[in-house]
Design a binder for this molecule. Structure first.
Ligand SMILES: CC(C)(COP(=O)(O)OP(=O)(O)OC[C@H]1O[C@@H](n2cnc3c(N)ncnc32)[C@H](O)[C@@H]1OP(=O)(O)O)[C@@H](O)C(=O)NCCC(=O)NCCS
Length: 330
């Protein structure tokens, strides 16, 4: 009798295959969660972690980034950042907990020793299953990326004493002063950090932005600048970093909004936005419509009210623990 032929056992899947399978399922998860999300993107290259076995298997990629002294991002980020990019398919609480535990286990000792460090993960704001898990591990919803479809804002009440105009090269000093006021405020209610070189860094960035003609609006009362809205345009094209966050197309964004302390709550911000949005919206894709985006800190009692009232709503939440060693187990 012929020996039965046994099929060779299937070759074990590679971590890259596991990521690809889970990513396909994750696309369905994102689409069901929020119609304004882009298709779930492949994670960047990094340390691949696979946890558990099917049907509860999840994966992720851990990346590590150090910002050099004097760089702009150090004004809103820790110097050493460990970031988790989850690829979890349709997983529920338990596998997600296991993934965060695995991330803790893989954190570089140099990052764990560094006080100026953070553990971060960016995830769809509407995924409340993940919200529970991130909160349980000590992650804080420090910022959101919020979006707004094109369209006019409600007209602000008239303010005859206020002049709104585009900023130009002669406004660098005023814009730096207002940007530093915003930084000081935001450092109390979010991830911003007032570093020793903050003024020099802001000055360089603002001078370059104005020099490139990026749109910034300032509000003046009796000739003194009392508010600023620094804006720009961004293109989400396949394969770029932005394509992981926003559907393909041309977008406008608000980079920094600042109203001097004595003028807050009196309509200056509303006036600035009413002046800026028509121009920003006009340069965005209209089929399908895109609009504008920005980041704000949910713990900021001013911006967390101001932006949603103007029509912005969270798309992504930026979860963070500082220092990174604060990421806790269950
Ligand atoms: C956030 C900030 C720019 C807003 O500017 P502002 O001049 O204080 O805001 P306004 O006076 O125009 O808005 C005040 C009110 O109008 C409302 N409003 C503003 N735009 C509106 C709109 N388009 N539709 C409806 N309501 C609106 C606001 O929600 C707010 O209502 P409230 O008084 O009931 O709270 C300003 O407070 C600020 O600089 N804060 C400190 C720094 C900061 O947080 N920057 C933002 C970082 S993302």
């Amino acid at each position: 009798m012929a020996r039965p032929r046994h099929a060779a056992p299937p070759a074990p899947e590679t971590p890259a295959q596991v990521l690809a399978e889970l990513l396909a399922v994750q696309r369905g998860r994102f689409a069901a969660l929020d119609p304004r999300l882009p298709e779930a993107a492949a994670p960047p290259p990094g340390d691949i972690v696979v946890v558990g076995t099917p049907p509860h298997r999840v994966a992720g990629v851990i990346t590590h980034h150090s910002w050099p002294a004097g760089s702009g991002p150090l004004l809103w980020s820790a110097a050493q950042v460990s970031e988790l990019h989850p690829v979890v398919g349709a997983a529920g609480h338990a596998p997600l907990h296991a993934l965060v535990e695995a991330w803790r286990g893989r954190m570089l000792p140099a990052v764990l020793r560094e006080p100026d460090s953070a553990a971060t993960v960016t995830w769809p704001s509407r995924d409340v299953v993940a919200t529970r898990v991130f909160l349980d591990h000590g992650l804080v919803p420090l910022a959101v990326l919020a979006v707004r479809p094109p369209g006019a804002v409600a007209s602000p009440p008239p303010d005859a004493g206020l002049e709104i105009r585009r900023a130009d090269d002669g406004d660098v000093d005023a814009c730096v002063r207002l940007a530093l006021e915003e930084l000081a405020y935001s450092s109390q209610v979010g991830g911003s950090v007032v570093r020793a070189d903050a003024e020099a860094v802001k000055r360089t960035v603002i001078r370059d932005r104005l020099g490139r003609g990026e749109p910034t609006w300032i509000a003046l009362r009796r000739g003194r600048a009392v508010g600023m809205m620094e804006c720009g345009r961004a293109e989400s094209t396949p394969g770029t970093w932005l394509a992981g966050l926003l559907p393909e197309g041309a977008w406008g964004y608000v980079n920094c909004a600042s109203v001097t302390a004595a003028e807050r709550g009196s309509g200056v911000g509303h006036q600035l936005l009413a002046a800026a949005l028509p121009e920003l919206d006009a340069a965005t894709s209209d089929v399908p419509p895109r609009g504008t985006y920005l980041y704000y800190n949910p713990p900021n009692p001013l911006s967390s009210v101001f932006w949603p009232r103007a029509g912005y709503r969270p798309l992504w939440t930026l979860w963070e623990v500082r220092p990174a060693g604060g990421l806790r187990g269950l």
